[in-house]
Design a protein around this ligand. Sequence first.
Ligand SMILES: [Zn+2]
Length: 301
Amino acid sequence: MKSTIKFPRFDAELDTDCCDPYNNAELTLTLRLGFTQINPAGGAAAGSHHDYGNAAKPTRKTIKWTDAAWKTWKDNFCSTAQSFWTGKFWLVNDAGSFPFVTKSGQGYIPNVWCRMKIVAQDGSAANNHHSISVVRLDPSESWFGSHSTLYDSKDTDLVQKNTDSAGNKVMQRAHVHEVGHLLGLGHVDIGKAHCPASGDTNASACYGVADNDMKSVMGSGMELRLEHAEPWREAIRGFSIGEVLTGVLAPGKLFLPFGRLLIGANPLFAVWPAKFKRHYPRTAEEVAAGTLITAKPARPA
Ligand SMILES: [Zn+2]
């Protein structure tokens, strides 16, 4: 089964056709990004643009996009951000959802592999999840004030964002951080005393004060944290609870004797813990026992 739930920030597709004793369900979040060029005024080859698009801020020198430069930039943006985020998390199925039975009669409950796809579209497309405008910086410019919907052509470069307590550079490619925002993630230190959730969560302290926080991709670095699986967890809850609602209408679909009742799981209270490592599908008995399988198990064909 392949089914889709449309969320405001992304489409989520759950694929259970790929499930077998060794392969989990796959949950793909698709971001459709609408890209729009910002060119110098009046068709000129060179011009300028204000930081953050804010007329009160300084201007930086910009140049006109060419078709080739535009395509290269968008392709690089999408492929590198997608490869950063896709395939990194597995969600452990503590809901008893999506059970399946193999030809030999063995039942399994799959876990969920978290994938992501970025689709570049024209900024005018009606079904964009997010709109991104991009200035092409003059080669003499090293910095531009960008935000999650206004980028500059150098935002895909790896640059130093901070320095840790040992004096090491903390480096980041801005666009992978911004894609985190597009998925719904906030800055690493939101909610801490120095970054109250009710205040300006773009303040520099919100990008992480302690070394470990600073190195998070939702801080100033490039490291993923398990909490960054939250967009996938939000999506899988939608599918899991949806399955129950469908099951109420068609109870035979739920494999009740072997599935949820046996393991005592409840989708409403399931946590779907995130892991960085592949966790293999489990039998109902293994789920009930809380067994986690991270080495390839022997399974009946
Ligand atoms: Zn940010």
